[in-house]
Design a protein around this ligand. Sequence first.
Ligand code: HEM
Length: 220
Amino acid sequence: METLLSLQEPRIPATAGRAAVLAEQFFIITHQSCELWLKQVGADLGAAADALTPPCDVDDLESGVEFLMRTGEILRVLHGQLLALEKLPVQYFAEFRPYLGTASGAQSAQFRQLARLLGSDQHPGSLYQAFVAAAAYHGRTVPEVCRQGVGAGALHRIAEALMDIGNGYWHWKVTHLALMSKMAGNRQGTGGTSGVDFLARRVTMPFAELRGLRSQLHDG
Ligand code: HEM
């Protein structure tokens, strides 16, 4: 624990004043705790994908549901952290930002791993593929699971949990974009991107197939 608590070191000089130093600490803690949560998310989603990979009995599916639901909750925690960071006073952010150098959230390997697992609106990720395989193992297609609803049991709960995760991820991306706009307007990102434009292009809604199938239910 001591090692963990020794890793939050603001770079802005103490002469900038206590409020500026605490603002940078707030920024650092938000990023570091996000990485810790992503460690749990990566492990849970890996375990969920394993649980859904055939051969998978109903108990495996139920444990997959648990792992997926936990991720849904953690994404809400991560979203809440971004909302907290909206309270960062912009004048202090402007003061300590030069000390960040080229450091950026875009360097997060764990976040990239999450993106690969979830997929985007263009490409299904490995988690969705595991779900398709689990449904097939239980004699169903994903469209059938969507049509059956609660009658599909654990497979239905998995579909619902995936949608919850997909929307949680989307909420995070939109709120992060709004945070960047609030804190730095149209300035470039510290990681060298155009900032708001770059982030706006990267807002994706995972599980596009599920969204499409669910929307077909309206056609009767
Ligand atoms: C004032 C707060 C924040 C600002 C202004 C900000 C700004 C940015 C910008 C401009 C980028 C694009 C890359 C670049 O050029 O740097 C980026 C990417 C990213 N940031 Fe933040 N960020 C903030 C807070 C956070 C927090 C708290 C996290 C949580 C770990 C985070 C995680 C990420 C991730 C994962 C990416 C890559 C996004 C993607 O690939 O779509 N950021 N951020």
